[in-house]
Structures are given as C-alpha cells and as structure tokens.
Write a protein that binds this ligand. Structure first.
Ligand SMILES: Nc1ncnc2c1ncn2[C@@H]1O[C@H](COP(=O)(O)OP(=O)(O)OP(=O)(O)O)[C@@H](O)[C@H]1O
Ligand SMILES: [Mg+2]
Length: 365
C-alpha cells in the first residue's frame, strides 16, 4: 500500500516580479516527523512555508496536504497551526484571549475551550499566566505562548518559522529541547524553519538544505553533516577545509589523489555530486572537516589506515574544550580542531597532519 505523505510539494515555482525565489521545489513530509528547512537568509524558507500554509500561491506546481491538492483552500481550512517569523502575539489581548482567538474561528464549544487552553499552556509550561498581556511577558515566555496558540487548535500540521529568533543563546537551547519533546509527545507533523545549522541538526528527523530557491539535499542530520552531497551543503553545515587534487588511480574501494607532491586517499563512497564517475586524470576538489584531522610529530605507523602529510603551523588558538590549529599544507591553509594538543608546539613548527580516507570527501570539478 502506498503511504500518503502529510505534505507534498510538487515542482513549485514562485516568482516575485522577475525574481524567481522558488525554483522547482519537490518535498515530501511524512506523518509525525519534524522536518527542518535550513538555509541562508533569502533562500526561500518562509516562502515555502507560506505556500504550505496557503498565504501564497505557487506560479507553477502544486501543494498537497494528506493527498489532497489544496490550491484553492484558504489557510484557515488547512488545519494547521503556525508560528510566524516576524510577529507573534496580538498585543492587545491577554494570553488567554490570544489562545482563544483560533478556537473562536473554529467555533469550538465554550465548555471545551477552557480545557483546551489550559492543556496547551501546560504543555509549554505557561499555566497560570492566562491574564497577562504580551508586554508583561519575557521574550521566551512570548515565544512559548505563540507556540501554545499554534497548538491549541490541535492542528494536523505545525509550521514554525524561526520561532526561536530574538532569544538569547541559553533560552534558545532550552526552548529547542522543549519543542522537540513536545513535538514527539503529541506527534504532530512539524515543519520548522531556521538558518541555524546546530538548531537544525539537533532537532530534526530530517533536514532540508535550501540555497537560492532550490533544495540542495534532504537527509538525516548525521548524513547532512557526514555525507553532504554538494559543496554548498558541506560549507554551510559546520566548518570545512578544501583543497585541489588530481585523481592518480582507483583501486576498488579507494581513490588515490595527487595533492602537491603527495598522494592521499578517498573512499569511493565519498564522491559528492551527481557525477560519480571518477577517472585517473580528473581534476577534483577534496573536503574535510577540521575535527576529522589529527596532528602528530611523525607519521603514526600504528595507524596505517590514516594518510599523513607534512604541514607547518601558522596559528594556535586555545578555545577551552578544543584547540584550533591553523596549518599550511602544500601551500594551502587548513584548520584543525583537536581536543588534545601538545602545548609546547609553536607557530612555525613542522607537524604531520593525518586523516582517514573515510572522512575525506571528493567532488569532480
Ligand atoms: N512579498 C514579497 N515580494 C517580493 N519579494 C519577496 C516577497 N517575499 C519574499 N521575497 C523575496 O523572496 C526571497 C525569499 O524570501 P524568504 O522570506 O522566503 O526567505 P527566507 O529563506 O525565509 O529568509 P530569512 O532567513 O531571512 O527569513 C528573498 O529574496 C525575498 O526578498
Ligand atoms: Mg524567513
């Protein structure tokens, strides 16, 4: 039996004047999952959410909710709760009245309303503050009430557009964990928008990385981080190092790549992009995360699976839990993050930098 997705976007194109802001979006959201749209400012995250909510229509393509095309269905009939990016609560209404608003629109019986509002406020740990006005709440409390207001109508679909923006780091962290817990507790299908990669990785079942109106990759958080499919995803998520090379040979599981005068290795499963047909002589770009590299005084023969290359230290920064070490390798600056570092080493010292072919990614030029 074919399962029906809670939301499906097929071939959506959206233009504002001559500006194409969504350029062929295809997306499937499964029942009960927390899916995050992640990407830089202006890439089309809010526009995508507004298409699903019905505040905007696509110029081409269609949106389906539970298998039904919703092209002409107005937002209030789409059975969704939404927290908007730019404004949240009605300032002239109390917390209770803010939550009551959506219930009134849905003509919920008076006898049920009190119970539903109490339950929603309990879920976000705001019970007892029913009579406060938004101005009498802290930023974090307001965000919670905005989430409660979206939840109180018991929507089939929850749309959260950067609900944690404008909060300090500690509160963001707390609310992040709370939203995740709440979402799993009530099992509501949720689309969460953020431009914060750590937020996306820590909260989501799946992450959609967007760039300039297109989807670059849809994967689990670990796959997004460890197996990015495009250069954009690699560089947008986490820190990255990259350098140029030329394929020397390929033997079954490993690709040998000439970098400067050295040879380094890449697992064949780590070819990024759509063109995975690598041949000797191909010009390629190699990518590796700073924390996937090791520093040693000499090539470590006990770790024969690692490639070691001679490099020169150019800067050392102590960050508390890690050391950030900048090196020059074949004339190319690279950064290494390491929890253990011999503090007697200094700028200008020669060291060996090592990595596993399993952590090196390759993209054909
Ligand atoms: N109503 C509009 N009229 C014209 N252009 C618009 C309109 N709404 C959005 N845009 C443009 O569409 C593009 C995508 O905007 P969108 O709000 O979807 O970005 P976003 O990914 O949510 O960004 P942010 O992280 O800054 O919120 C931007 O270039 C924006 O300027
Ligand atoms: Mg936005």
């Amino acid at each position: 039996m074919q399962t029906i997705n809670d939301v499906e976007i097929k071939g959506a194109i959206k233009r504002f004047g001559s500006n194409t802001v969504l350029d062929g979006i295809n997306l499937e959201v499964k029942k009960g999952e927390l899916l995050t749209l992640l990407g830089p400012s202006g890439c089309g995250k809010s526009t995508t959410l507004n298409l699903i909510a019905g505040f905007l229509d696509a110029d081409e393509g269609d949106v389906y909710i539970k298998g039904n095309k919703v092209t002409n269905v107005p937002p209030y009939k789409r059975d969704l709760g939404m927290v908007f990016q730019t404004y949240s609560l009605f300032p002239h209404m109390t917390v209770y009245e803010n939550l009551d608003f959506g219930l009134k629109l849905r003509k919920v019986a008076k006898s049920d309303k009190q119970k539903k509002i109490s339950r929603a406020l309990e879920l976000v740990k705001m019970a007892g503050l029913e009579n406060r006005y938004p101005r009498e709440l802290s930023g974090g409390q307001r965000q919670r009430v905005a989430i409660a207001r979206a939840l109180v109508v018991e929507p089939e679909l929850l749309l959260l557009d950067e609900p944690l923006s404008n909060l300090d780091a500690k509160l963001r962290h707390e609310l992040r964990a709370e939203i995740k817990r709440l979402q799993k507790e009530i099992g509501v299908t949720t689309i969460f928008v953020t431009h914060d990669q750590e937020e996306a990785l820590s909260m989501s079942d799946r992450v959609v990385v967007m760039n300039a109106g297109r989807i670059e990759q849809i994967s689990s958080p670990t796959a997004i981080y460890n197996h990015p499919e495009t250069e954009f995803v690699f560089q947008f998520i986490g820190k990255s190092n990259s350098f140029d090379g030329k394929v020397a040979s390929i033997d079954g599981r490993k690709i040998s790549v000439k970098v400067g005068d050295d040879i380094t290795h890449v697992d064949v499963g780590n070819i990024m992009g759509t063109d995975k047909d690598c041949k000797p002589g191909d010009e390629v770009k190699l990518y590796i995360r700073p924390e996937k590299m090791k520093i040693a005084t000499a090539p470590d023969s006990s770790q024969s699976s690692l490639d070691f290359h001679k490099a020169t230290i150019t800067q050392i920064n102590y960050l508390g839990t890690t050391w950030e070490v900048d090196v020059l390798l074949h004339g190319k600056p690279l950064q290494i993050l390491t929890p253990a570092f011999d503090a007697t080493r200094q700028t200008g010292n020669e060291v060996y930098v090592g990595w596993s072919p399993a952590n090196m990614m390759l993209l054909k030029k």
